[in-house]
Design a protein around this ligand. Structure first.
Ligand SMILES: [Zn+2]
Ligand SMILES: [Zn+2]
Length: 334
């Protein structure tokens, strides 16, 4: 039977409707056979200004080889030098699109994938995410920072090459605001973090837990909006991703890799988005950073757009069980 479920992280309800059936995905699988890419070594002069380069162990300064590169984004969406100064009448406010955008090229090889990169590489990559986010969070006037990874054209990827985008803007993010406001309300009533309480309750209930280790947990949220929506959260309270301690990064790398490997095996390399929800460099007892992994398996129907609530044909309990079983069968590539 279909069921309404209240999303504890926002005002909306979700309909979990297994009867609707998961329509055959027409989004296909992500191809990883491309060996040419505008982000690959040799194309450096055509990309934005280099901000940071990580060289292979043992390489000397001036060596052209690299393992990861951070460059200025050439999207032209945001203007770093323009101040954010809204003006105009109350109903027609406007401002320059002030902000910062960086592109992280995560690996020299276009056909590499986050889930199959060596563990050590992913650990270094997460530290690079942290360092870049810490930097952009410290820029004047920044209200919101985000890191996104789009994999596959359907998921909005501009390149087939593994990459992440960092964005920092002087305005709030609607979805984080919504979660923060639900968490704020919960904090007022219970004097504790909504996310921490959900983690404790989910670990106790077990049925939506995909995998966990000492420092992180991967789960299918109770009111999952889309099939196989997966959240990865630190078990210890923390509102800012930039405060992640170096000794816990390997635990995050392990969970991220194993979750993505299970998703690829179970769902045949789907296009997906990874979205980091975090406060900028800030310690706040009312928000809890997390990573949302969203495979693109269905198209959002007009009903979902018009009603503002989502209809999800895959109960999160089924998604978690399926991924957990896949994990148990597969050996995680090290
Ligand atoms: Zn918390
Ligand atoms: Zn979130």
């Amino acid at each position: 039977m279909p069921q309404f479920r209240k999303d504890p992280f926002g005002p909306a309800w979700v309909i979990i409707s297994p009867e609707r059936g998961l329509e055959p995905s027409d989004f296909g699988s992500v191809s990883r056979h491309d060996t040419t890419s505008p982000l690959a070594p040799g194309h450096e002069p055509h990309l934005g200004r280099e901000i940071r380069i990580v060289r292979p162990v043992g390489a000397s300064y001036g060596d052209s080889a690299w393992t990861m590169r951070v460059v200025e984004s050439q999207s032209g969406l945001l203007e770093p030098d323009k101040p954010f100064a809204p003006s105009g009448p109350e109903l027609f406010r406007q401002a320059a699109s002030s902000g910062y955008q960086e592109l992280i090229i995560e690996h020299p090889k276009p056909q590499a994938a986050l889930e199959t990169m060596p563990r050590e590489h992913v650990i270094e990559l997460i530290k690079l995410y942290r360092d870049r986010l810490a930097y952009v969070s410290s820029l004047p006037g920044i209200q919101h920072v985000q890191l996104t990874r789009n994999v596959g054209k359907v998921a909005g990827a501009a390149y087939n090459h593994p990459h992440a985008q960092i964005l920092a803007v002087p305005v709030a993010n609607r979805w984080i605001e919504e979660e923060a406001s639900a968490a704020d309300e919960y904090f007022k009533q219970h004097r504790c973090c909504l996310f921490c309480d959900v983690i404790t309750a989910e670990i106790k209930a077990r049925e939506r837990i995909i995998t966990q280790n000492e420092h992180f947990v991967a789960l299918a949220p109770y009111a999952s909006k889309t099939p196989f929506e997966t959240w990865i959260l630190p078990r210890q309270h923390s509102s800012g991703f930039t405060s992640i301690a170096s000794n816990t990064v390997p635990y995050l790398a392990d969970l991220l890799r194993s979750t993505l490997q299970a998703m690829n095996t179970a769902l045949n390399d789907p296009p997906y988005n990874i979205i980091l929800h975090t406060f900028p460099n800030e310690d706040n007892p009312r928000y809890h950073w997390h990573i949302e992994v969203l495979p693109r398996l269905t198209r959002q129907a007009g009903f979902d757009w018009s009603s503002g609530f989502y209809v999800n044909p895959t109960p999160p309990e089924d998604a978690a069980r399926f991924l957990k079983e896949t994990l148990a069968l597969q050996e995680v590539t090290l």
